[in-house]
Design a protein around this ligand. Structure first.
Ligand code: NAI
Ligand code: MG
Length: 347
């Protein structure tokens, strides 16, 4: 049996870090089924060349041929470009990858990491403001822009269930629901109530009894994240809050270049570093590949290949702890390739 992995480096440093993750996967040898890679395109550069940001062929090959995928990062223009919309947002929707799971862990204070951070942000991945229904109208006093924020019971329930499952598998078993239902009582109210109701769903028979539940308004959650990040274990949030919180959490462990994620649905999983295309360092060969290698590990673990996943994580942690071969975002002087070589040497 082989493991067919779609590779979508997309734009910017995605093209530098995804090949590194590929090498790390290959180095696992017989710890995983023989990997087979399929190169696929999407992104801003793809759009400027072909007129589409996410070719239908890319989606079809992922859906019909691949077991999983690794996505790099896309560049998005900050103004509206007719016909362009983010392929990663579209892919999450098309493949129904409804959960975005982002672990943030500190392993060494020497690279500017706050100690004792070991949390997972579980972000709803398909709705909230990211349904991107925005309209611009002209009102009495000039332009007026409106956006739709969609929260459904179905999506809140399944992300809630995913979060309870993850909490149950951890030692602290503590789940914090992030919302702002004091202001947005209808939308965030539905999210909060639905997640709270997950343990009471029919057929669960007290499965989540061991999980303690807390909640925190999103603004004070960011405050507490900076003051006492160690209080958090699993955090579950609607799409936009989850996006912001996980980037903020990244600051506590030194660099966005360290934070992995997976986009997971019931029948597909796609690993993706949390960072963007980093135009400021693109092409210099100094992008940190560790977020992508960790994303590969998360993806493998989600598929049940925990032995391979553990090996990658242990190798990455050792490189960070030793602190000798690091990219400039971690105050090192090494290149992407040198960091990759350091990881490979630990495998
Ligand atoms: P960014 O994550 O690309 O960069 C933020 C800062 O972190 C930059 O200084 C960058 O150099 C640094 N950084 C990020 N990843 C790094 C790595 N692996 N190694 C070393 N340093 C790293 O976010 P920014 O600047 O807000 O966005 C740039 C572009 O990326 C935009 O077009 C944005 O739309 C896109 N983006 C795409 C995402 C995705 O593909 N899922 C997510 C976030 C942003
Ligand atoms: Mg983000």
């Amino acid at each position: 049996k082989s493991l067919k992995i779609g590779l979508i480096p997309a734009d910017g440093i995605g093209k530098e870090v995804i090949p590194a993750a590929k090498q790390a996967i290959i180095a696992l040898g017989s710890d995983i089924p023989k990997p087979e890679f399929v190169d696929l395109i999407a992104g801003w550069e793809c759009f400027t060349r072909t007129g589409v940001a996410l070719p239908e062929e890319t989606v079809e090959i992922l859906r019909n041929e691949c077991d999983c995928a690794l996505f790099g990062s896309v560049s998005s223009p900050s103004r509206k470009v007719t016909g362009y919309s983010s392929p990663i947002v579209a892919l999450r929707k098309k493949l129904d990858l409804y959960a975005n799971i982002r672990p943030v862990v500190s392993v060494s204070p020497d690279v500017n990491q706050r100690p004792s951070i070991d949390l997972i942000v579980v972000r709803e991945n398909t709705e909230c403001l990211y349904v991107k229904e925005e309209i611009l109208t002209i009102g009495e006093h000039g332009k007026e822009a409106r956006a739709t924020r969609l929260i459904t019971e179905r999506a809140s329930r399944r992300i809630g269930q995913m979060a309870f499952e993850l909490a149950l598998a951890r030692s602290r078993k503590h789940l914090t629901i992030i919302h702002k239902s004091n202001v947005l009582s209808v939308t965030d109210g539905l999210f909060r109530e639905t997640v709270r109701g997950v343990p009471l769903l029919a057929g669960l028979n007290g499965k989540y009894d061991g999980v303690t539940i807390a909640e925190q308004l999103v603004d004070s959650a960011v405050y507490r994240l900076f003051r006492e990040p160690e209080i958090f274990d699993v955090m579950v949030a609607p799409n936009l809050y989850g996006d912001i919180i996980s980037d903020a959490a990244a600051a506590l462990v030194g660099s966005l270049g360290l934070i992995p994620s997976i986009n997971a649905g019931d029948d597909f999983v796609m690993g993706e570093p949390v960072h963007g295309s980093a135009p400021d360092i693109e092409g210099k060969g100094i992008a940190n590949p560790l977020a992508s290698i960790r994303s590969a590990a998360l993806m493998l673990r989600h598929l049940g290949y925990s032995k391979g996943a553990d090996k990658l994580d242990i190798a990455v942690d050792r490189v960070i702890r030793e602190g000798r071969v690091l990219t400039p975002d971690l105050k090192g002087t090494s290149t992407t390739n040198e960091v990759l070589e350091a990881v490979l040497s630990k495998l």
